[in-house]
Write a protein that binds this ligand. Structure first.
Ligand code: HEM
Length: 205
């Protein structure tokens, strides 16, 4: 076993590295923007990049608990909250790029767009679900909510599912990527449910 101080320093270093890695998609957008290399439709590029980052980081957050259970590496849990908050950060950037760059805060047009396109409605639901999860992710809120914190945070699977449906419904031709996200989400959910079921099998009823 590593002495506690070395382990703590190592964890701090690891968290710093993950923090910088999670900022890479934003840095990429900024660099491409400055170099004027966001393609023929820069708004769509920014919108899509932030949406993909949000969904990818959401799945990465959900992967932490099964990975920790299988490997026994408790330090992995220290990364979960950071990844979850980065998923929310990119979801906010994604929604902001739609509301600002795509629609110029025209709330009437936005309401109409959402009512006309089911993929937008589902995306909106996913985003609304992520807000209370982000707001209750602090240590203080965890303490205040007590036993209610865990069931509330299971809603992250629903948010992920809605994110995948949002992606599936907006894609017109090649469904490979959204389906791949859906399969990964399904596997993560199964990995989460499996040990819980095994535990309940051995518990006296
Ligand atoms: C109010 C909420 C949301 C709105 C208004 C919204 C809107 C949009 C729009 C307009 C697009 C581009 C559609 C196109 O180019 O045809 C898009 C793509 C996407 N969105 Fe959202 N979205 C929302 C929430 C979310 C959330 C919460 C996630 C993830 C958890 C997400 C993930 C994605 C992904 C993965 C794409 C596709 C990216 C790609 O094509 O590479 N969206 N969204």
């Amino acid at each position: 076993m590593l002495p506690a101080k070395i382990a703590l320093n190592w964890l701090r270093y690891l968290k710093g590295v993950v923090f910088l890695l999670a900022l890479l998609p934003l840095a990429r957008l900024l660099v491409l923007g400055v170099l004027d290399r966001l393609g023929a439709n820069p708004v769509e590029f920014v919108l899509r990049s932030n949406g993909t980052s949000a969904l990818t980081l959401l799945l990465a957050t959900l992967a932490i608990t099964p990975l920790q259970r299988w490997s026994g590496a408790g330090w992995l849990l220290a990364l979960r909250r950071m990844l979850g908050l980065f998923a929310f950060f990119y979801a906010v950037l994604h929604v902001l790029s739609y509301v600002w760059l795509d629609q110029w805060f025209d709330w009437h047009a936005i309401a109409q767009d959402v009512m006309e396109h089911r993929y937008l409605l589902v995306g909106l639901l996913a985003f609304l679900l992520l807000i209370p999860l982000a707001l209750t992710s602090t240590d203080g809120m965890m303490r205040r909510l007590g036993n209610r914190w865990r069931p509330l945070h299971r809603l992250v699977y629903l948010a992920g599912g809605l994110g995948v449906v949002h992606y599936l419904w907006l894609v017109k031709k090649d469904l490979t990527l959204p389906l791949a996200y859906g399969v990964v989400l399904g596997l993560l959910l199964a990995a989460r449910l499996y040990p819980a079921r095994r535990r309940s099998d051995v518990m006296p009823s």
